[in-house]
Design a protein. Structure first.
Length: 187
């Protein structure tokens, strides 16, 4: 084959998506999240809408512990969307996850659920190395309310190493003190 023919062949191969070896580049596999978990989440929504909470939980529990952090985030958010308090242990575990996105999602969900059973994990999250997680914990503790949270938020507002966390705690304190309906007495 002469040089001109080889050059034309090379251009044609490249244009068709083939490499120098004449075969197409390997196809990127779909991520586990795209391939498997998208349909699972759609099914979860259907199950909750149909009142089949136990079946939905059976899908979400393993997703919340999946090795793929994106799957864990989506599971935690789905738990929050469904306001499924039976899955709070999974959300509490996610608050200590290795991935910051998972921890932040858990903090947002716990803020929305405002459940007293979350106080222990939220107090632990106040020691997280990431300021955004500590801010989520502050906001979630404020949503739970109660005199004990006032004390905790007071300490955070004065002692946290990050000014944005201190400010979030100060704002949470103001909201709690100005909203008597939010401030609940511990049982």
């Amino acid at each position: 084959m002469d040089k001109q023919s080889a050059a034309v062949l090379a251009v044609l191969l490249l244009a068709s998506g083939c490499g120098a070896g004449g075969s197409p580049p390997p196809r990127q596999p779909e991520s586990e999240f795209t391939r498997l978990r998208g349909p699972d989440l759609a099914r979860v929504t259907e199950l909750y809408a149909a009142g089949k909470k136990l079946e939905a939980a059976a899908i979400l529990r393993p997703m919340a512990a999946n090795e793929n952090w994106e799957v864990r985030v989506r599971a935690i958010r789905a738990i929050g969307d469904a306001k499924d308090r039976d899955l709070l242990p999974e959300v509490h575990a996610a608050l200590a996850d290795e991935n910051i996105e998972v921890r932040e999602s858990a903090g947002r969900v716990l803020q929305g659920l405002a459940d007293e059973s979350s106080i222990g994990p939220l107090l632990a999250a106040l020691s997280d190395p990431e300021p955004v997680i500590r801010m989520r914990a502050v906001e979630a503790l404020a949503s739970v309310g109660g005199a004990a949270q006032l004390e905790t938020l007071e300490k955070v507002s004065k002692n946290d190493q990050d000014p944005s966390v201190r400010e979030a705690a100060q704002e949470a304190l103001l909201r709690l003190r100005e909203s008597p309906g939010v401030l609940r007495s511990p049982d």
